[in-house]
Design a protein around this ligand. Structure first.
Ligand SMILES: Cc1cc2nc3c(=O)[nH]c(=O)nc-3n(C[C@H](O)[C@H](O)[C@H](O)COP(=O)(O)O)c2cc1C
Length: 360
């Protein structure tokens, strides 16, 4: 197909230096109210020094009051100033940065006063809270919150936004029949289950304009034995997202209680890598918008193979950049050994996402 990993492209409206993206990675480096800190900015400028084509921030909360954890928030205008410091620092280093907008839904920790929403009030063992079924009025508010969050992102200088539609967060659960048992226009068929996301998308568009890049990350399957989002339905959902006007889709999979985590452990051989590839290839063939593929990439040879032999436009990585923010510098210098990440998932830490091998 003639595509090269290290070439400049327009990725969903953003000019990037190469086809490698840093997939959203919850940083846990904001302050306890979700404001940007110097530590957070330093982490992102270190990633810029690593020549990554596009950075996607960790999940950033658009809805007020859901959590008190040290993830970033964009739920009111007071967050814009700190976020602008972050985007300025990235742009000074010629980096590009998209913010991932999330509503945590029932996958939330930290605020005992918050009653989490879910499509149908179906609980989840990951959360200590019992969720409540969201009403149509409340859905309208969430839709507005996404539009307002995206407008703040634009004001803060982000190159675009990515709506988090994957991994069991609020929107993802609308796509999942196990969690979405609604009988109204938001439940049932896949056309109904995507409705809330399309409404949020339209709200973002109306507030941010036609030219502002709007991406989505979605599951191609939840890998649940029963009641999960299936590939058949996610393929239809992806078509609906593309038709609506999303500029790019990042393909992921899995939820916490499923058979496969989004971040699968024990990626040892090249055969273990790119574990959503087969699905991503099909979606990329189906659609005209750029597809980004995430999940288990560690070797340049596997990335090159996906880029040159499929319609997938870019690949994204999370854990390898936690271990080595400058992985791409090394590869560009000709030291093409695979990422040193051992997929142990010990990077999750309440004191900030870091690799255990890099902790002092
Ligand atoms: C520490 C950590 C934090 C993550 N945070 C997010 C997040 O904020 N949003 C998201 O969509 N995915 C998140 N993920 C999932 C990754 O973006 C990615 O989809 C997954 O780890 C597979 O890619 P990898 O094999 O390159 O790590 C996170 C994963 C890890 C390990």
């Amino acid at each position: 197909m003639g595509k090269k990993v290290f070439e400049k492209i327009n990725l969903g409206g953003i000019e990037v230096n190469n086809r490698i993206v840093r997939s959203a990675t919850g940083e846990l480096m904001a302050d306890s109210n979700g404001y940007v800190t110097d530590r957070l900015i330093k982490m992102y400028t270190d990633l810029c020094d690593g020549d990554i084509g596009l950075l996607i921030t960790g999940l950033t909360e658009v809805v007020e009051g859901t959590l008190t954890y040290t993830l970033m928030k964009i739920s009111d205008d007071s967050y814009i100033e700190g976020l602008k410091r972050l985007t300025d620092a990235v742009h000074e280093k010629n980096g590009k940065i998209v913010v991932q907008l999330v509503h945590h839904g029932a996958q939330v920790k930290g605020n005992p006063d918050y009653t989490p929403y879910s499509p149908s009030g179906v609980g989840d063992e990951e959360s200590s809270f019992k969720p409540k079924e969201i009403t149509k009025e409340e859905i309208k508010k969430v839709v507005e919150d996404f539009g307002d969050g995206a407008l703040r992102a634009k004001k803060a200088g982000f190159d675009g936004v990515q709506i988090h539609g994957a991994h069991g967060y609020f929107f993802s659960r609308f796509l999942t029949p196990y969690y979405n048992r609604r009988n109204d226009e938001y439940g049932g068929s896949i056309e109904n289950r995507v409705r809330i996301i399309l409404e949020a998308y339209e709200n973002v568009r109306s507030k941010c304009g036609e030219d502002f890049p709007v991406f989505i990350k979605m599951n191609i399957s939840d890998f649940l034995e029963k009641g999960g989002l299936t590939f058949e339905d996610s393929r239809k959902a992806a078509k609906l997202f593309a038709q609506a006007g999303f500029d790019s889709i990042e393909i992921s999979g899995g939820i916490r209680r499923g058979d496969h985590l989004p971040m699968r452990p024990k990626i040892k051989t090249v055969e273990d890598e790119a574990y959503h590839r087969d699905y991503g290839e099909i979606i990329a063939k189906d659609l005209d918008i750029p597809i980004i593929l995430v999940g288990g990439f560690k070797s340049l040879e596997v990335i090159e193979d996906v880029i040159s032999n499929t319609d997938i436009e870019a690949v994204s990585m999370c854990r390898p950049f936690i271990r080595e923010p400058r992985l791409l510098n090394r590869w560009l210098d000709g030291q093409t050994e695979k990422s040193k990440c051992i997929s142990c998932n010990q990077c999750f830490s309440p004191t900030g996402t870091t690799c255990i091998f890099n902790r002092k």
